[in-house]
Design a protein around this ligand. Structure first.
Ligand code: FES
Length: 196
């Protein structure tokens, strides 16, 4: 106290408690900060955990693609394109080319530089109509074996593995692409199917 009876400034500063509003604001900010960190961490860890426990199901290209028996071409007829799996499905008649006959799934990607290869039923080459022919540089392949007959491709068309179900439906393993080779015709999978 000074001689006027007023409290000393130092005493006032020491004895006065911090304003409650400052403490509350600070606590609020800290709680919000750490709460946010905890929420983000939980979301990340939780998300990874769920992903780990719940593997993603593959779909589309690179996944197994089912083809109904009713969609499979008859032996010796034009190939069927399966967009979802990026392949051409061919049913080779026994004795065609050098093939024992059966199903082949050709990857649509050209072995040269990767263009999509279409089926050209009216394209005439060497007096015969019906070829896989790449629009980019003209690589041309046979229907019954994906065998290169013209153009700059370094190999025959690539193939995909096929499995046949008892009911005649098939599954094409689009994640299992095998480089085209001289053995392409012998890769044909016998297909009695529902036609017997
Ligand atoms: S990409 Fe097919 S021939 Fe070049």
């Amino acid at each position: 106290m000074d001689d006027k009876g007023e409290p000393d400034r130092v005493d006032v500063a020491r004895s006065a408690p911090p304003p409650p509003s400052v403490i509350n604001r600070r606590a609020f900010v800290l709680t919000g900060f750490w709460g946010s960190i905890a929420a983000v961490t939980a979301a990340i860890v939780g998300g990874w955990g769920i992903d780990f426990l719940w593997p993603k199901k593959l779909a589309g290209f690179r996944a197994p693609i089912g083809v109904k028996a009713s969609k499979i071409p008859a032996p010796g007829t034009d190939p069927v394109h399966v967009c979802e799996g990026r392949f051409w499905l061919v049913n080779v008649a026994p004795g065609e080319g050098e093939s024992p006959g059966g199903l082949l799934a050709f990857y649509q990607k050209c072995p040269h530089l990767g263009c999509s290869v279409p089926w050209r039923p009216d394209f005439d080459f060497g007096g015969k109509k019906g070829w896989f022919r790449c629009p980019c540089h003209g690589s041309t392949f046979t229907r019954e074996g994906g065998i290169l007959v013209a153009g700059p491709s370094s190999r025959n068309m690539d193939t995909m593995a096929i499995t046949v179900k008892p009911n005649g439906d098939i599954t094409v393993q689009t994640g299992q692409v095998k480089q085209g080779g001289a053995d392409n015709p012998s890769r044909a999978l016998p297909y009695p199917g529902p036609r017997g």
